[in-house]
Ligand binder design. Structure first.
Ligand code: HEM
Length: 221
């Protein structure tokens, strides 16, 4: 490991102390995850998906209350569908990025049940989000027509012969949405508990907040 003195680095530590250049470099949030923090891409993808999922839920509830004569009666669902399709591609990118990156270790002191619960909720969120997008696609294409994504491209209908497809997929979509939002609230509460009660770095890692370099920082899988 490279060792340099503090006079070279210009940091405010005690003279004579040695600091690792590579460790200091790693104290910045990088593009990729390390064993102790999320990288910029994972952080941006997490918060983008969180915002979009909450936004789509709000839009979905609002638009189902509109009447035929409302200006947004058609525009609301068109936007909801278009964003849902784009979210599908973002989620694919997220899964690929996750598979090619190390996952940061859990904070020391986290019990094994808590770890298993947290990882289970993360996995469920991934699976349910995909199930939600697929059920949304099946509602929209039940009539055999493609989905127009902001007039930029169309996603063709593939399966349109399930009996009562629109109603069945609609019910599945609604209950999945409720489950995802319920899990997301639980998940956010756990993140806030880590931050305000346990005072650990779980939330800071997902916010990209810098902290002391970790001896275990590396990008090895
Ligand atoms: C709909 C909203 C949300 C969804 C779908 C979601 C989904 C996820 C998923 C799938 C992970 C696992 C990341 C991975 O390892 O690949 C994760 C991690 C995380 N999320 Fe969320 N999230 C949402 C909202 C939030 C909110 C509102 C907060 C904070 C208040 C939050 C805080 C965190 C933190 C701190 C982690 C890292 C947990 C750890 O390292 O153990 N999330 N989220």
């Amino acid at each position: 490991m490279l060792q340099t003195t503090n006079s070279t680095l210009g940091s405010g530590s005690e003279p004579g102390q040695t600091t690792s250049t590579s460790t200091l470099m790693e104290s910045r949030v990088g593009i990729r995850n390390t064993s102790s923090r999320y990288g910029v891409i994972a952080i941006l993808l997490h918060w983008l998906v969180a915002l979009v999922v909450i936004g789509l839920f709000a839009l979905g509830i609002w638009m189902t209350g509109l009447t035929y004569y409302d200006d947004w009666y058609k525009r609301g669902p068109d936007i909801h569908k278009s964003i849902g399709i784009l979210l599908f591609f973002v989620m694919l990118a997220r899964v690929v990025w996750r598979a090619g990156n190390v996952t940061p270790e859990d904070e020391p002191g986290t019990g094994s049940l808590q770890r298993r619960l947290a990882h289970g909720v993360h996995l469920l969120l991934y699976v349910l989000l995909f199930a939600m997008m697929i059920s949304g696609y099946l509602i929209s294409t039940a009539d055999g027509k493609p989905i127009q994504v902001f007039g930029l491209f169309a996603v063709p209908a593939t399966i349109s012969d399930i009996p009562n497809q629109e109603d069945v997929a609609g019910k599945v979509h609604w209950y999945l949405a409720l489950t995802v939002i319920g899990l997301a609230v639980l998940h956010a509460a756990a993140a806030l508990k880590h931050h305000f009660i346990d005072h650990d770095r779980t939330l800071k890692k997902m916010l990209g907040v810098r902290s002391q370099p970790q001896p275990s920082d590396n990008t090895d899988q």
